[in-house]
Design a protein around this ligand. Structure first.
Ligand code: PHE
Length: 367
């Protein structure tokens, strides 16, 4: 379509005033007023006497007046739309500038929550074991009988089931009932069933037992470790636990001993004690002649390997498990286990950790 130049000088003037008004509009609202004033139903264009003459004009003139009307409308619309786009960009930029948040600013203490010692210690242990090449594995807190017990060589009627003070759930009403997992060991089973060895995992998580006194809460936390390889032995286990626990307590050397013990899923089994001194007011880890139990461990029982589809003549491994509360209490001098879950913000203020400090071996996990 060839461009029609407006034949009526008054309309030409009107259009150029409209164009000026459009480019002078400083806000979207002002621009909308210009649109209504010029292009509205009774706006300056529609109301102009020149366009009223169309009724009585001859066909030839009608064509010209109509074309003038179209040209004027098109020119004004184009200018207003272009200005609208400009203003929208400017208004967005102004908004972005005024609503700018500097995410690099330090958080104000009033807005900052604190990290619970359980979370802190879990993160510390993950950082330590990650350095030994362990990855984190997780599993459900509601477990079935197979993963929590039978795959771990704890058959029905085995006395170890009583030891676990299990919370049973109704499930579909038929035995064996689902349970709240009594330890993190079912994650071992899940990992062996689903991954090809070699395996090197830790499984931190929440566990449950129907037990409540000074040193037990029905809900608590464990961290489990599992290594499956062709040639690992008790010596590797002892070396690993020594180095990991020493790193955790920030010590070069930590007196540590294995005490023969029993777990259905490991053979041989041991309980791990670390050296300490029970002073009058405080407990000192790493010196003295007293011992404190901190973990259970052992070589994975061949039956467990078999139950998880591994050939015990080809693969062997070790596993360990410890209570996270216990480690947190020892390292951070928290005297009472039950206060951990009392939900008291004053307690958390005292024992909690800076939410922005992520434990790492470089920065240190023994702060
Ligand atoms: N699952 C054991 C418990 O809850 C701890 C453990 C884990 C012992 C792995 C040995 C090996 O008591």
């Amino acid at each position: 379509m060839t461009e029609h130049s407006i034949s009526n000088s008054e309309i030409k003037d009107l259009v150029s005033q409209g164009l000026e008004a459009a480019s002078a509009a400083a806000t979207s609202a002002a621009l909308q007023d210009v649109r209504v004033a010029y292009l509205g139903k009774s706006g300056r264009l529609a109301a102009h006497p020149y366009f009223q003459t169309i009724k009585d004009a001859n066909p030839e003139q009608k064509k010209i007046i109509g074309a003038d009307r179209t040209a004027a409308t098109t020119a004004l619309n184009a200018a207003i739309d272009a200005r609208k786009a400009e203003l929208e960009v400017a208004e967005l930029n102004a908004r972005l500038a005024s609503e700018f948040t500097d995410v690099t600013l330090p958080a104000t203490p009033a807005l900052r929550g604190s990290i619970h010692p359980i979370t802190q210690v879990t993160e510390e242990l993950i950082a330590i074991f990650a350095d030994f090449g362990f990855s984190v594995a997780e599993g459900p807190e509601i477990e079935d009988d197979f993963h929590n017990f039978s795959a771990l060589n704890i058959p029905e009627s085995h006395p170890a089931r009583q030891m676990h003070d299990t919370f049973y759930l109704k499930g579909d009403g038929k035995e064996p009932f689902p349970v709240l997992r009594t330890h993190t060991s079912p994650v071992q089973v899940r990992t062996m069933v689903s991954q090809k060895p070699p395996i090197r995992i830790i499984a931190p998580g929440t566990t449950y037992r129907s037990d409540s006194d000074m040193t037990h809460t029905p809900m608590f936390h464990q961290i489990e470790g599992l290594v499956i390889e062709k040639n690992v032995h008790m010596g590797h286990l002892k070396g690993l636990l020594h180095d990991a626990l020493a790193a955790f307590f920030g010590l070069e050397k930590l007196p540590m001993r294995f005490r023969a013990s029993f777990f259905p899923f490991t053979e041989p089994s041991a309980e791990v004690d670390i050296g300490c001194k029970r002073g009058k007011d405080a407990l000192v880890i790493g010196e003295g002649s007293d011992w404190l139990e901190v973990a259970g461990c052992g070589m994975v029982h061949p039956n467990v390997l078999k139950n998880c589809g591994l050939d015990p003549t080809e693969w062997q491994g070790f596993a360990f498990g410890c209570g996270i509360e216990r480690l947190a209490m020892l390292k951070y001098n928290i005297p009472d286990l039950r206060t951990m879950f009392a939900g008291d913000v004053r307690w958390l203020k005292h024992y909690g950790f800076n939410a922005l400090d992520i434990p790492s071996l470089i920065k240190g996990v023994a702060a």
